[in-house]
Ligand binder design. Sequence first.
Ligand code: HEC
Ligand code: HEC
Length: 198
Amino acid sequence: MNRVKYKIRHAILSLCFGLIGFLVLTGPGLMAAGSAERGASISLTCAACHGATGISANPEWPNLAGQHEKYTVQTLKAYQAGDRQDVLMTGQAMSLSGQDIADLAAYFEGEQGAQNTADPALIAAGERLYRGGDRDKSISACIACHGPAGRGNWPAAYPSVAGQHASYTAKQLRSYANGTRKSDSNQVMRNIAALLRR
Ligand code: HEC
Ligand code: HEC
């Protein structure tokens, strides 16, 4: 009889630990699911700089529309951690909860991305480097990660760079090159940008 009781108690305990394990494993995943609807309503504070639908009028302020959710989450957390720093943006990121970040990222991913805004005189040289890299300087082709149309790679969280303001993009490449932007794992962009500057 005792043995049966022991078995029952053992079974209940295993079930409890199993349930705790399940919640621990799935908890962060469940929390990370963003609500685009809530994101839209809290994005009003972002609109002053990033535009009503994530397309900004000032070329120093990045477009957010159409950007991959996973990248946006990651990069907002990078501002919180200090791996990215900016006088205007750091304070904005600090005030966001994990759920706010997930919701905002879901909202911006669903908005229509911006069209090209670059100086037509510079496009050809940039496109050559983007598609072919530079063998002499050992620069990898950007297309390998950012994709044939510059739309990035969703599962890998490689950001979309298409239609982004040229001056914002240039500032990021300089920040990687001088090491002030440290949000790239394995220093992937810091290494490439350092070669670009040579
Ligand atoms: C006062 C102006 C301002 C406001 C308000 C603002 N931002 Fe920003 N944001 C910036 C600037 C400037 C940058 C570029 C900073 C840099 O070079 O790292 C930026 C960068 C970003 C980036 C990085 C984009 C990329 O492609 O990596 C994200 C994401 C972002 N902001 C989201 C938000 C969200 C969400 C809000 C609202 C909660 C917001 N911002 C409010 C000015 C602002
Ligand atoms: C091996 C993959 C890889 C290659 C090749 C690569 N990138 Fe990146 N790039 C990334 C990743 C990953 C990130 C995001 C890192 C982070 O979160 O800071 C990124 C970020 C960027 C950003 C910042 C985007 C933003 O919204 O702030 C720019 C700009 C960029 N890359 C341009 C380039 C250019 C130009 C080239 C080619 C000369 C290039 N990349 C080649 C992987 C790559």
